[in-house]
Ligand binder design. Structure first.
Ligand code: SF4
Ligand code: SF4
Length: 316
């Protein structure tokens, strides 16, 4: 099982961000906690900064004012004068130590990923108690993959649910040891479970991993454990949006019975594309265009014909 970071015996989680006032990831008004670390490398990932399981340098050269303060600061020689007057970063040499971020006055160099205790994460969640109460909302933990840090997430959800009385939800890709997943979901009222493709070899080409474990875990969570599950299908035009694949996913959901509340078809977007450059990576789907509304409706009806409730987009 994955282990959480526990210096001096204190349970800590590595989070990339916290987002308040979300209305798309469970009932009511919610706070989203994004865990850092994911075993998948989905081509379309809109939060690539959550994939690596350690803090990382984000270099946004568009914010650089060319002051040169970072030059000479890097112990690994990863920073060099750029031709445009803006120093560049050699990612092969950078070890994400963060020293350059401490001298950068413009926010061009920042770190993503912060270790926090459960208490610290809860303090942030507690800021919106009045809104949760009025709306029936609460906390959703996503990422990244929450099951990479199962003890931290379980404790955060346990205290949110039992001490604060919040509604709790987890977003998962399902690729984890079942024991870690079970621990992660133990105090979740609702599970958002991603299904990308039924063909394992295509799944591997799209995400970096085969899908057998994802499928097996879905059955165990929904069928054996009887958890309330919303299946989410990120629709990637030309890659997983054939009627055959969508019909098959619909049939899979219908076969799992009442545990699957509905399916959400998530239209492709490239909002996260600029983050890849900040991480020194290339966004590989530059030519993919979003699906037309007509095509999304066709896919929705294909799902419904398979016997499962389906909607376009996330729950509001
Ligand atoms: S974060 Fe990377 S570029 Fe910045 S000082 Fe550390 S090693 Fe050098
Ligand atoms: S310290 Fe920041 S603003 Fe100054 S040159 Fe380096 S990246 Fe640009």
């Amino acid at each position: 099982m994955a282990d959480d970071n526990q210096p001096n015996g204190q349970l800590r989680g590595l989070i990339s961000a916290t987002q308040r006032f979300s209305v798309h990831d469970g009932p009511g008004i919610r706070t989203l906690v994004f865990m850092k670390g994911c075993p998948l490398r989905c081509l379309w990932c809109g939060n690539p900064e959550t994939q690596h399981p350690k803090p990382q340098l984000l270099h946004n050269s568009g914010r650089c004012i060319g002051c040169g303060a970072c030059l000479g600061e890097c112990p690994h020689g990863a920073i060099s004068p750029g031709r445009s007057g803006r120093p560049g970063t050699d990612r092969k040499l950078c070890d994400n130590c963060g020293m350059c971020t401490e001298v950068c006055p413009s926010g061009a160099r920042t770190m993503v990923g912060k270790y926090v205790s459960v208490e610290e994460a809860l303090e942030e969640v507690k800021r919106d108690m009045a809104f949760y109460r009025r709306s029936g909302g609460g906390l959703t933990v996503g990422g990244g993959e929450p099951a990479v840090q199962p003890r931290f997430v379980a404790e955060l959800l346990r205290r949110s649910k039992l001490e604060l009385g919040l509604d709790t939800a987890v977003e998962t890709c399902g690729f984890a040891d079942y024991s870690a997943l079970e621990m992660t979901l133990h105090y979740a009222d609702l599970v958002f479970y991603d299904i990308k493709h039924l063909d394992s070899s295509v799944h591997k080409a799209l995400t970096g991993v085969a899908n057998e474990l994802v499928m097996e875990n879905l059955r165990r969570i929904a069928y054996d454990a009887g958890r309330k599950v919303v299946m989410r299908v990120p629709v990637l035009p030309g890659h997983n949006d054939s009627v055959e694949n969508i019909r098959g996913i619909g049939a899979l959901a219908a076969g799992l019975g009442a545990a699957i509340t509905h399916i959400e078809l998530l239209p492709y977007h490239n909002y996260g594309a600029s983050k890849y450059a900040r991480l020194g990576r290339r966004y590989r789907l530059g030519r993919v265009q979003p699906s037309s509304p007509e095509h999304l409706r066709r896919l929705q009806h294909t799902m419904m014909d398979a016997g499962v409730n389906a909607q376009i987009g996330e729950s509001a």
